[in-house]
Design a protein around this ligand. Structure first.
Ligand SMILES: C[S@@+](CC[C@H](N)C(=O)[O-])C[C@H]1O[C@@H](n2cnc3c(N)ncnc32)[C@H](O)[C@@H]1O
Length: 220
């Protein structure tokens, strides 16, 4: 797994240095060819940080809409659908979306190929709940911060945005993908009109690899 992680980091680095930071995802998923062991973030189960948050917040999905950004292989989107949300889940990688549809042929989730930076007009002010887990940290921060006004705009009034990511202090140097995020970086969501509800900063022992995580809730 460590060896695969290093080769994925090298692939990402090569594309980022070539000025194509969004292109390596499709290459990774298509080369993985349905072997999840080759996709470092593919746990084939919902993120436990999401499950715990949903349980703690007793959030009811009935008649609520949810958007999953960079949905990967779909487990978090399926969990939200199970809890009653009407879920739209998108990913830039056509192979990832095809994989989701093959894994969950009877899914209630609306899976789409889409680029966060070129969103559908119908997403404006639409979603009661948005989940972003581990996607912003997989893009260079100069690019990912451009998504913040877009993400804020997808939220319906009173909508909730949940971010789950690796966390770091500002003085820690960034090396290769994934790029852990800082609190100041995430607080840019306040600059684009959201209010901070909760900022959790903890060590996640269960994740692979274990490490510092931020789980942050914003409200429109
Ligand atoms: C590190 S993975 C995390 C996947 C999933 N959220 C999870 O937690 O397992 C990042 C995901 O974001 C997707 N992605 C990257 N850039 C994107 C973009 N501009 N628009 C949509 N999806 C994107 C990638 O294809 C990949 O599936």
């Amino acid at each position: 797994m460590t060896e695969n992680r290093t080769s994925v980091q090298n692939l990402a680095q090569q594309y980022i240095e070539a000025g194509k930071p969004k292109e390596w995802f499709e290459i990774l998923y298509s080369q993985a060819n349905n072997d999840e062991k080759l996709v470092p973030w593919a746990n084939m189960q919902p993120n436990h940080n999401l499950l715990q948050w949903l349980d703690d917040h007793q959030i009811q999905g009935q008649e609520k809409t949810a958007l999953v950004i960079g949905c990967g292989l779909g487990d978090d989107a399926e969990e939200l659908a199970k809890r009653g949300f009407q879920v739209t889940a998108f990913d830039i990688s056509p192979s990832a979306i095809k994989w989701c549809k093959n894994r969950f042929p009877n899914s209630l989730v609306n899976y789409l190929v889409a680029d966060l930076f070129h969103p559908l007009a119908e997403w404006n002010q639409t979603f009661d709940f948005i989940l972003e887990s581990y996607t912003l940290q997989s893009l260079p921060t100069s690019l990912s911060s451009q998504s913040m006004p877009l993400i804020a705009n997808f939220l319906a009034p009173e909508g909730i945005l949940l971010i789950i990511c690796r966390g770091r202090n500002p003085e820690e140097k960034l090396e290769k993908v994934p790029y852990p995020l800082t609190k100041n970086y995430l607080m840019q969501f306040v600059d684009v009109g959201l209010s901070l509800q909760q900022f959790e900063d903890y060590f996640d022992q269960q994740d692979s690899p274990p490490g510092r995580r931020f789980r942050v809730t914003f409200k429109k």
